[in-house]
Design a protein. Structure first.
Length: 162
């Protein structure tokens, strides 16, 4: 009975496979949003003031970072929790594939979240007049909380590896 339960629990990891596959749809949605932003940005680039160009570029960078984060979670999560990805030798393979354990995955995710939060905060600072001071304080507090959490998780991961 114990052996049967262990085999069922171990096989249940495959429940995550469609979820990781579904993250491909998230990438597709991000790509649509990315090109929508470009479509609205490029024709007006010469008429926009510098600050507006920077805000648009930060939005595009933000979308790119979210896409990168999605790829990291999708592939690393699949490899760590479901099955190793077997890519043929003559096929191009991502250099980091198979090198991220759960700890490094957490570190990558938290640092990506901090980077995304930084870009969002920079966008707010670029357009300060549109944000009330009490909201601005909360944005900074949330960002510092994310930053502290990422630092603390990285520190804990480092000391547990030694």
């Amino acid at each position: 009975m114990e052996h049967f339960l262990e085999r069922v629990m171990y096989a249940s990891r495959w429940i995550m496979a469609p979820i990781y596959l579904g993250m491909s749809l998230i990438l597709f949605a991000l790509a649509i949003k990315f090109f929508q932003e470009l479509y609205h940005f490029i024709p007006h680039i010469l008429a926009l003031p510098d600050s507006e160009i920077i805000l648009k570029l930060l939005t595009i960078i933000d979308l790119t970072l979210v896409g990168n984060l999605t790829v990291i979670v999708m592939f690393s999560g699949y490899e760590n929790f479901v099955s190793r990805i077997d890519i043929e030798n003559d096929t191009e393979k991502l250099g980091w594939l198979g090198t991220h354990d759960y700890g490094s995955l957490k570190t990558k995710v938290t640092s990506s979240i901090v980077a995304i939060s930084s870009i969002h905060l920079l966008k707010i600072f670029m357009n300060l007049e549109a944000t009330s001071s009490d909201k601005l304080i909360w944005y900074v507090i949330i960002h510092l909380s994310l930053l502290f959490s990422a630092f603390f998780m990285g520190y804990l991961d480092k000391i547990t590896k030694h």
